[in-house]
Design a protein around this ligand. Sequence first.
Ligand SMILES: *[C@@H]1O[C@H](CO)[C@@H](O)[C@H](O)[C@H]1NC(C)=O
Length: 600
Amino acid sequence: MTSHFPLLLSLLLLLLLLPSTLASLSTHKYTPSSRVILYVNKIGPYANPQETYSYYSLPWCRPDDGHEVNKKKEGISIGETLEGHELRSSGYHIFFSTNSPHKETSCTQTLSKYDVNELKKAVEEQYFYQMYFDDLPVWGMVGERTREGGDYIFTQRHLSVGYNNDRIVEVNMTSDGLEPIEVGHELEFSLTVTWEKSTKSFHNRFERYLDNEFFEHQIHWFSIFNAFMMVIFLCGMVALILVRTLRKDYQKYEREEEVDLEGMERSLVEDSGWKQVHGDVFRPPQYLMVFSALLGTGWQLIVIVAGVILFAIAGPVHGDVYEERGEVITAFIVCYTLSSVVAGYTSGRYYRQFFPTPRLEAASRWQMTMGLTVLLLPCISAFVLSGLNSISLYYGTTASIPFVVMFKIFAIWCFVSIPLSVVGTMFGRHFGRKNSFPCRVNSIPRQIPDPVWYGNPVFLVPLSGILPFGSIFIELYFIFTSYWNYKFYYVYGFMLLVFIILAIVTMCSTIVSVYFLLNSENYHWQWTALMSGGFSGFYVFLYALYYFYFKTNMTGLLQTCFYFGYMGLQSFGMSLLCGTFGFAAASWFVRTIFQNVKVD
Ligand SMILES: *[C@@H]1O[C@H](CO)[C@@H](O)[C@H](O)[C@H]1NC(C)=O
């Protein structure tokens, strides 16, 4: 039974994510004069990427051909829905490589007062729409406002399709036929299609959507190089300081012991420093359960981010598969689900080390810790996302999450994620039992002296967050721009490098921070380490604020909420992730320095 357990889980996961798997089976091959469906997707103001409505929410011409029912055939993946895509047939009858220019009048419409108001508003807010032709996106503006203040709408669209043998390799759309938006005016919407032979290869057809000039700009390379130099410099410095200082410290302590043997008094100077807290450093942190849960979640986030980046580099996203809308989100869900085992393992293992004997163990509340670990991230995300979902339901945008999708995600969480988390906790507790600390913990806690300014967490924590933030903020600009500004992010290699650099810088700066803290004889290093590493997330949020006000033109409640909701979640996630990196490094550091301390 147990050996089939993972198999069953993967099957279940596969079943739930099946639509996305099916979609990728479509071959994109056409025989002459077979129908190619032009799908309409979404529409919305250009400045607000999340404020998107369904294409037919605008009171303009609808074809008779069942535009409401004729949804995309292959099924829609969870990721696609979550990204707010809503593909429907446009109702046009377009046939593959019918050579003669093909004109279709979809419908005529006489504008009512209501239509005029809605259309004018759309033109004023610079509405644009998106369509998909054989999974290639095309964009167009709804209309134009002239300098005199008149509003006009485009009524003619022209598709120019390039094909190579039996496949479509290129689509251009142009709009024309500006007509004034006035009550009683009759509009005739039409679409023409021309087919041209092309020599482009099918597999490179997405390349033209990638903004090479933007993403592979010298600045990008330069920033990576810069961050890299910073890492080398920082690591060298940390190593130098620590080795020198620690060696001096050890020498001092050895001398001190000799002096002690001769029965002399300890000098005041020698009575300070990190060694003094050897009886307290391995005390459990305050709020141990919460700490374990945060740590478990942090490790889970590290695994998720690494997994998604690696998937994007190695997997189908690279090359011709930008057409798989929502791939990255689907990858995220899969990674999240599977990495629950990591969260359970790390949190269970960390918690267990503080209860070495069976008697203590029995009194511990590991079940509660496990529950916290399982619930922490989902609850916070669900809280934010359901708020955003209510707003988008109220506005009626395509970004609202349908009930079925919510149910599916909930089912995956319940039946795959939670069991994996429990399994992870069991393993973690098993291994955590074998962990022992290098120093014994005194029964009476030592008094913590008033800190000097450089040993004060209030000072150490914000300072040590600056360097990690500094190493990533140029990459952040690229990521923000692609997410909020309609660019396909594809340079995941850069992202991986930056991720590694971020990890190293965070570790170094946290170690330094913890060293100063312990040196001022404050042994509450665990939370300080977590926050030192995590404080860069706060800077990321500040940067997001700056970006919102100076780099975007977003307006309205909906878009503002979406922006800050997502950015808040992301910054929080980043805090946890970096905090965990920092804590891991500090933990290693503390164990290492106290291993060599001879305790009397
Ligand atoms: C689409 O537009 C590009 C750039 O304007 C042009 O080079 C290409 O030939 C066009 N393709 C087709 C099929 O019209």
